[in-house]
Design a protein around this ligand. Structure first.
Ligand code: NDP
Ligand code: 2IT
Length: 448
């Protein structure tokens, strides 16, 4: 890195030495922005890098709630309002016991560039809690969501900050959060959350959007090599929202998904997951809230709590679980097994060494900021529909999602070419996302 970028990175580490995943996300972006920073001196002159790594605002709050035994529990809630240069803060809420301020800063930082790439007017934010929804009753989750909103409601709004789902926050949680917001504010019909149920203002195709969008992005990458998804063998990690709908779109396009996972282990189904099996998985995960191991028992396939799906031979790999889930050895195994394309449904699922291996081997590698932008894109479309007080059909939303994913691919590809590394989607996506936000920051003056 040049000395300017390096000094910005060193300050980030010095200020918050414990926030490792945030450092990782910042380092990747700074390294890839270098050609743009060198080409356009205005970014250094306007201290854009120093400003863009610092969240505009972070809210941290206490969330007391009632356990099923009637005892008071306490968790920590956060909202990181990272950058609002091009639109109100926009990004999901994560409920997972590992959530820290540093994790939400990494996710909020990534969201700035992702949201910019969608072409819609959305800034970057992220929030959540160290609350663990696993094993909790519906009543406990409802109590937590109500108490979380009891503080969050004063910081969000359709023109301020619009949260949505992420790990541990799906339709059930958004429903409870929205109900609490409505009760607290006597305000219905404005778009304060996305991912709402279609009965109360949600957009069709929002649940499917991240997974579908990831596969649309992979399709675009494959097209550059005159390939498509038909007949491809696919490994997917995770079995939550993103993994389920990535699998569904693979089935739609004639590909064969042979692996899925959760945080306990992974299944290998060599015959492939068909629509019926996928419907069974959706019921298992979204209704019964069970473990993927039950799939192996029910369909008599193999299950392992060691290793990962990345040891299998596949044409396409879709990490759709969580950050840093693909290490260097797994990336090497994928490349050695002739993987054609990797599309990140999750945020930052590949460690830096894995990314380097993918880039060096010249496989098609679609980073999360581009490949998983379909979710937030349809969130943007939900906001648009709510503003119009109107609904689009499923087909209309899906067509718009598809077009947005094609545009994101074209923009990342074109930018990689412009900056001298054609086909490096990491560089292309980071620079394309950055330029728009950085220019908006400059136009609005240094205090904005
Ligand atoms: P879900 O909560 O629906 O599913 C998460 C899945 O990942 C589960 O199978 C979960 O297993 C697994 N998982 C979570 N944490 C870990 C871990 N530490 N180790 C191994 N497996 C883990 O979340 P989503 O599907 O919504 O999110 C998945 C990824 O996609 C995240 O990185 C998220 O940030 C990203 N994303 C989500 C978007 C959305 O619209 N929902 C949009 C863009 C990106 P288990 O049940 O055992 O915990
Ligand atoms: O990481 C992400 O892009 C999301 N969790 C979705 C954010 C959103 O506002 O829909």
């Amino acid at each position: 890195m040049d000395s300017y970028s390096e000094s910005v990175y060193n300050k980030v580490v010095e200020k918050d030495p414990g926030q490792k995943v945030f450092h990782q996300a910042v380092l990747e972006v700074l390294e890839t922005l270098e050609p743009a920073i060198q080409k356009f001196p205005k970014y250094k002159e306007n201290a854009i890098l120093e400003r863009i790594v610092e969240p505009e605002r972070i809210i941290q709050f206490r969330v007391p709630w009632l356990g099923k035994d009637g005892k008071i529990q306490v968790n920590r809630g956060y909202r990181v309002q990272f950058n609002s240069a091009i639109g109100p803060y926009k990004g999901g809420l994560r409920f997972h016991p590992t959530v820290t301020q540093g994790m939400l800063k990494f996710l909020g930082f990534e969201q700035i560039f992702k949201n910019s790439l969608t072409g819609l007017p959305m800034g970057g934010g992220k929030g959540g809690s160290d609350f663990d929804p696993k094993g909790k009753t519906d009543a406990e989750v409802e109590s937590f969501c109500h108490n979380f909103m009891l503080e969050l409601y004063r910081h969000i709004g359709q023109f301020i900050d619009i949260p949505a789902g992420d790990i541990g926050v799906g339709g059930r949680e958004i429903g409870y959060l929205y109900g609490a917001f409505r009760k607290l504010t006597n305000d219905h019909g404005t778009c304060v959350l996305t991912g709402k149920g279609p009965l109360y203002g949600g957009s069709l195709v929002r649940p499917e959007a991240t997974g579908y969008g990831t596969v649309y992005f992979v399709e675009e990458m494959l097209k550059t090599q005159k390939q498509d998804m038909k007949g491809k063998t696919v490994c997917v990690s995770g079995s939550g929202n993103v993994a389920q709908f990535a699998t569904e779109k693979c089935i739609d396009l004639g590909a064969n998904v042979i692996a899925l996972s959760d945080s306990s282990g992974w299944i290998h189904d060599p015959d492939g997951i068909d629509r019926e099996k996928l419907a069974w998985i959706k019921e298992l995960k979204n209704v019964r809230r069970g473990r993927i191991k039950e799939y192996a028992e029910h369909f008599n396939v193999s299950y392992s709590s060691d290793g990962s799906p990345w040891s299998l031979k596949c044409d396409v790999a879709l990490p759709c679980a969580t950050q840093n889930e693909v290490d260097g050895a797994e990336a090497k195994a994928l490349v050695d097994n002739d993987v054609l394309a990797v599309g990140e449904g999750a945020n930052m699922p590949c460690v830096p060494e894995a990314i380097e291996i993918f880039l060096e081997s010249k496989i098609l590698y679609g980073p999360g900021k581009a490949a998983n932008a379909g979710g937030v894109s349809v969130s943007g479309l939900e906001m648009a529909q709510n503003s119009m007080r109107y609904f689009w059909t499923r087909e209309e939303v899906d067509n718009r999602l598809h077009e947005i994913m094609r545009n994101i691919h074209a923009s990342a590809y074109k930018t990689s070419e412009m900056f001298g590394d054609k086909g490096n989607y990491v560089l292309g996506a980071n620079i394309a996302g950055f330029l728009k936000v950085a220019d908006a920051m400059i136009e609005q003056g240094y205090t904005a």
